[in-house]
Design a binder for this molecule. Structure first.
Ligand SMILES: O=C(O)C(=O)C[C@]1(C(=O)O)C=C[C@@H](O)C=C1
Length: 616
């Protein structure tokens, strides 16, 4: 009989107390949101370490009087305060980005019970959002589902304390249209999970995601089981629940979805096993200044020695803290690296705007992948005076730069584009020679008579000259040769927003022609589309189809933009000498390049005449 069990009355009292504790926690949470509402009016930060310190000191003291250990009390209240801070942050977030519906569709890796699923659950629960779950088989599918609007958000793991960065996700971020709008860190407790009727001694095979295998390699190497990789922890658990003599590695919570029991816990190599996840969406968000924010940048520096150090020095000089630096190879550009930087600052703060402005000047590619609330809540240590000043709060007033990226207003000095040893935007006029002949034949001629870049339709890469090619479609862009250095967008494509957007994601310089009948503003707006995507290496090409190159336009353009300007001088029937004179005149008002035909078949050799007249 239950009444005979002496434990029962005591347990009932514990249950009743726990129930009261829960009600108190819930009430505390409500008060925390009331505090946030008050802070919104006063524009004070969420985090108040002085208050936390005073509160913890008092609680530890009072706890001691009640016989409670100080560590125990501070640990408990750190969890409570962390929840309070994260809730307030979520409340502020919602206040300035109020578009979210009550339920959100979230794409994550694997099925119910996967680590990504649990991270998604925690993240959106904190935001009072009901989760419509969309488990997908791979990371690529998650990006596509959000991009195409089938899901509102995607949640993706980016790093783990034992196995490091998740490269596949970083690689997909290189080409995405999505923005990072949030992050969350999950403590991952890997357990050995077995079906009800299974026995540990009979295990022959263990299923886990490759990252999980890596994180538990120490434990697994001692077991002598066959280790099989699965696309997700959920798949591993599904298999362990149906295949005899097998086990899975997963979380206790995940295992419960599949009727699996925890046989051993804490299998990871590192005692502290945490994974950081990012949340991606189609629209970027603003982060309120009350909330500590992170800004993630994607950046390619020039290939000169020390280029990365120069970029990092800018951050240092502005007092910005970089919390992460990852590098990944650039797709199609062997030995070139794309850098991912997490900076503890709000994108809209003046300091971050200054940093972006300076970084744009020295990078070949730069894009803000997102600015989002930082979910890392460091515990307030007791009696540490340094904590009175929370360095993660930038606290500066919001500044939105409205000047376009192409404008002189934003960047007074000329931009420069480097291709091997030639430099558009520098002192010397650069010559791009267009040729239909075989690449080797054209190369010989350019080397004999002068010139810097070869514009060719050929995919032959056997040349030491930088090569340029006309790109007319996204398909063509997707298949370009990795040696190609300069992309030329012709007049007919100037208004092709999709092509411009894709070209903007390239780490290669772009020469953008003015569209037929397009105004200077429309031309610059097209350049802006490319720049906004991250590609900072854009030059403008005034082509011959504008009848003759209009010097009035060129002079005006010089004032409006810092982008290098290249011209195709004169009409086709202008003599080589006339074209050279036009090129020289253009150079005198700051034009940095000229596009001419190599005209292999002509007699006399127009190219030779042109080059001679140019340097006469
Ligand atoms: O008192 C405040 O200002 C709060 O925001 C509440 C609270 C808490 O939960 O106790 C939360 C965050 C602050 O860092 C300090 C305390």
């Amino acid at each position: 009989m239950q009444q005979d069990n002496p434990l029962e009355p005591i347990r009932q009292q514990i249950t009743a107390l726990d129930q009261q504790l829960l009600q108190l926690f819930a009430r505390r949470r409500e008060l925390s949101i009331e505090v946030a509402q008050t802070k919104a009016d006063a524009v004070s930060p969420v985090r108040d370490v002085d208050r936390e310190s005073a509160l913890l000191t008092r609680l530890v003291q009072q706890g001691r009087e009640l016989g409670l250990d100080g560590q125990y009390v501070s640990r408990l209240f750190h969890t409570i305060i962390e929840d309070s801070v994260l809730r307030q942050q979520a409340w502020f977030q919602e206040r300035i980005n109020p578009t979210h519906p009550e339920q959100v569709k979230v794409a994550y890796l694997g099925a119910k019970g996967s680590y990504s699923h649990i991270a998604a659950y925690h993240y959106f629960e904190r935001r009072d959002r009901k989760l419509v779950e969309m488990g997908l088989p791979n990371f690529d599918a998650i990006f596509t589902a959000v991009d195409e609007g089938q899901a509102d958000y995607g949640i993706l793991p980016v790093e783990n304390t034992s196995s490091g960065a998740i490269n596949e996700v970083f690689d997909l971020l290189q080409n995405t249209n999505l923005y990072i709008v949030g992050e969350t860190t999950e403590t991952i407790a890997h357990c050995l999970l077995l079906a009800d009727d299974a026995k540990r001694e009979q295990i022959t095979t263990v299923f886990a995601h490759p990252q999980v295998h890596a994180q538990c390699s120490g434990y697994l190497s001692k077991q002598g089981w066959d280790q099989q990789y699965c696309a997700s922890s959920a798949e591993a658990m599904t298999r362990a629940s149906s295949e005899p003599n097998t086990a899975a590695i997963g979380s206790a919570r995940g295992g419960s979805f599949y009727g699996l029991n925890v046989i051993e816990a804490n299998l990871a190599n590192q005692a502290r096993n945490e994974s950081r996840f990012i949340v991606v969406a189609r629209k970027s968000i603003s982060v309120p200044l009350q909330v500590p924010a992170k800004t993630t940048l994607l950046m390619a520096t020039s290939q000169q020695a020390g280029a990365l150090v120069d970029a990092l020095l800018i951050l240092k000089q502005l007092g910005l803290t970089m919390t992460k630096l990852e590098s990944r190879p650039i797709h199609g550009n062997p030995w070139e690296e794309m850098f991912y930087l997490d900076i503890a600052a709000n994108q809209e703060s003046q300091t971050m705007q200054d940093a972006l402005l300076q970084l744009r000047k020295i990078t070949r590619f730069i894009k803000v992948l997102g600015c989002y609330p930082s979910d890392t809540i460091l515990p307030t240590e007791l009696a540490a005076p340094a904590l009175a000043d929370d360095p993660r709060l930038t606290g500066t007033a919001a500044v939105q730069t409205s000047a376009p990226l192409y404008s002189r207003q934003l960047k007074p000095e000329n931009s420069q584009i480097n291709l091997n040893n030639c430099q558009f935007g520098g002192q010397q006029l650069q010559v791009i020679a267009a040729s239909n002949a075989a690449v080797t034949q054209a190369e010989v001629k350019i080397k004999e008579q002068g010139g810097h870049v070869l514009l060719t339709d050929s995919d032959d890469v056997a040349t030491t000259l930088p090569t340029a090619k006309v790109i007319s479609s996204e398909t063509q862009l997707a298949n370009i040769n990795s040696h190609l250095q300069l992309l030329l967008i012709e007049a007919a494509q100037m208004a092709n927003q999709q092509l411009l957007t894709q070209v903007g994601k390239q780490p290669r310089p772009v020469l953008l022609s003015r569209g037929y009948g397009a105004s200077l503003q429309q031309w610059l707006d097209a350049a802006e589309v490319i720049l906004q995507q991250g590609n900072q290496q854009v030059a403008l090409l005034a082509q011959r189809h504008q009848d003759i190159v209009d010097f009035h336009d060129l002079a005006e353009l010089q004032q409006l933009t810092h982008l290098p300007i290249v011209i195709e001088p004169g009409r086709a029937d202008d003599s080589a000498t006339t074209q050279a004179n036009l090129a020289k005149a253009a150079a005198s008002i700051g034009v940095s390049g000229v596009l001419v035909s190599l005209s292999e078949q002509r007699q006399p050799d127009d190219y030779a005449v042109f080059m001679k007249a140019l340097y006469a």
